[in-house]
Design a protein around this ligand. Structure first.
Ligand code: SF4
Length: 414
């Protein structure tokens, strides 16, 4: 990978020059630093005492230690929990569509004695993944069809998705990109330059979403390089990073990384979150530090059967996100990837959940419920039915309590 500076002068997405000025500085100035200001939940503390009593705080709070010590085999996970038959068979199969890995920290959030724990369902494979159901496909969003160069997905007019890595610290069983998350990061890194060149050559691109895999598993140097290169392109107004790291690996949010974030404005983080159990003292500390660094955060949640598909769980998640300054952004209908039927709810369930939020709680707590159209059609918003009908003079609408109101929208308005 070539580390080069790009001119930032005149760029709309600004490099804030108070924290160092060149790419080479980053490598020498910022050694790997552990999670600062240690805060730990009782649950994680108990888990550590039981399973990691020989691991000191410095290692546990170091994101590189967490990645190096991921639980990724049947033998390893069996030391922590008793696998159900359906999980055991999936582990034995070795043909699951998505790799298995979980950080020790994230495993500490799972109730190991509860075979139906929500987070366990999202991380531990089951035989259901091996079943291909009607309408499912490896690449349901047809991202490959809208990829002009390797690593770039250009589906919408003014923005692109830049797939920079295929590595994640934990692998979600319902991942839309399960066909490509395989840990082979080099494959995508080889295409960074052509991706950046594509963005540079297309002046209509004003918004770049750095995604993967999880980009925050890249090194500080690599993240700074990507931000610097993309923010150096004059027509790019904003950069977003899609990540689940603050929830599964909050140790990654080091002062070094925050210093890099502080240099680029406006910078947005789209944070993938699934369940209220992810909002812990550790993740809260990390997320608040990101907010303090001037980064704007929105959430992305996939609606998952048996995980978060009830009104109370979803309201709890949205409220907890707001308390740590993440604006609930998208609630996604689960994409029909191969082996996802056991995770997918009906669309009516999603509408019901949105209906349970809208009006009953702050508007800020209501995400936009969308279906990402299979075949590459893009996101389509889905609402509960608030429309009753109309006549010559009025539009009739339901409010959140189901009462009907008239809005004057007659012919005389045309
Ligand atoms: S973190 Fe994102 S990219 Fe990684 S496995 Fe989960 S959903 Fe997929």
């Amino acid at each position: 990978m070539r580390h080069s500076m790009n001119g930032n002068q005149g760029s709309s997405c600004q490099f804030v020059a108070d924290g160092g000025s060149n790419q080479q500085d980053l490598g020498s100035t910022y050694p790997a630093v552990s999670f600062q200001n240690k805060i730990e939940s009782d649950k994680t503390s108990d888990f550590r005492k039981k399973f990691y009593s020989d691991v000191n705080d410095e290692d546990w709070n170091n994101w590189k230690w967490q990645i190096a010590n991921r639980i990724s085999t049947y033998e390893q996970i069996s030391k922590f929990l008793t696998l159900k038959d359906e999980e055991k068979k999936a582990m034995d199969a070795e043909t699951t569509h998505c790799p298995f890995a979980i950080t020790p920290y994230y495993l500490s959030l799972i109730d190991l004695n509860d075979q139906n724990s929500a987070l366990r369902k999202t991380m531990v494979p089951t035989v259901n993944e091996l079943i291909k159901s009607k309408g499912e496909s490896e690449d349901p969003l047809s991202e490959e069809m809208t990829s002009p160069v390797e690593g770039i997905v250009h589906r919408y007019p003014d923005r692109v998705l830049f797939l920079t890595t295929a590595f994640c610290s934990c692998y979600c069983r319902y991942c839309t990109r399960s066909h490509m998350v395989d840990g082979h990061t080099q494959t995508l890194k080889q295409h960074w330059e052509s991706g950046i060149q594509y963005i540079r050559e297309h002046e209509e691109i004003r918004d770049v979403i750095i995604s993967g895999g999880d980009p925050l598993t890249l090194s500080d140097d690599e993240i700074a390089y990507l931000l610097n290169s993309i923010c150096g392109i004059e027509h790019v107004d904003m950069v977003r990073i899609g990540t689940k790291v603050p929830m599964v690996l909050p140790q990654r949010i080091t002062e070094n990384l925050l210093n890099i974030f502080r240099r680029y404005k406006p910078l947005y983080l789209s944070i993938h979150c699934t369940h209220p159990d992810e909002i812990t003292p550790e993740s809260s500390r990390a997320i608040n530090a990101i907010a303090d660094a001037g980064v704007v955060m929105g959430s992305q949640t996939v609606l998952l059967k048996g995980v978060n598909d009830d009104d109370k769980t979803m309201a709890d998640l949205m409220h907890k996100l707001l308390k740590v300054r993440i604006k609930p952004y998208y609630l996604f209908q689960c994409d029909p990837i191969v082996g996802s039927k056991h995770f997918r709810t009906t669309v009516a369930k999603g509408q019901e959940i949105i209906h349970s939020l809208r009006g009953f709680t702050s508007g800020y707590a209501v995400p936009q419920y969308v279906i990402d159209s299979p075949g590459g059609g893009g996101k389509v918003p889905i609402l509960p039915n608030y429309y009753k009908g109309r006549d010559e003079d009025n539009l009739y609408i339901y409010n959140y309590e189901g009462k009907v109101y008239a809005y004057p929208d007659g012919k005389d308005m045309q």
